[in-house]
Design a protein around this ligand. Sequence first.
Ligand code: IMP
Length: 200
Amino acid sequence: MIDVTFVSTNRGKYREIREVLLPYGVRVHWKRRTLPEPQADDLEEVMNAKLDAVRDIPGYVLVEDSGLFIPALRDFPGVYSAHFLRIWKFTPIFRLLKGRRRSASFRTVAGLQNGPRRWAFRGEVHGKIAPRAAGRGGFGYDPIFIPDGWDKTFAEGTPDEKNAISHRARAVRRVGEQLAGRGSRLESSNSVVRRKGRRA
Ligand code: IMP
């Protein structure tokens, strides 16, 4: 088994990541710690700030940053997803989307660090904003997001159904593939980040 410490305050993310990495022989240990969320233009910048804040943790350390991007709202709430949800919840999104296209995507950038080495992995899922919140599963924006090919929200699906297609699972499966291959197959974060858009 390979041991990885996942740092986050979000138990839902931990549960998802633990299940995704298990088949790769990766055991996830959850370290609950509040990490910096600087105002930044993209998820990578936030992810890198999070990795900077966990340099004291030995071995493989995993963090991630995610957001909900709505093209009709110029990709809002995007990198501000956490702040927005904390303050406003879903109602303003429904109001702003009246008469507009409801397509949306979730994106994750997962960051892996071991001493001086650092790697980034992306994942994305497309879908649309539901007409109203539905479902009790998941967390965050799950009750208002209907992934493509579904007729229900992420919050109405099971954890396994969400993990089959989610932005986070897609990014984290790449973490698992790389860790299972170990060492030589690991890519540097720069090479991954440069290939923006092709990693989802
Ligand atoms: P962060 O990565 O913790 O900054 O997440 C940004 C915001 O998006 C938070 O409000 C999260 O609850 C929400 N979020 C992140 N991942 C998901 C997800 O898989 N489903 C629904 N909401 C999410």
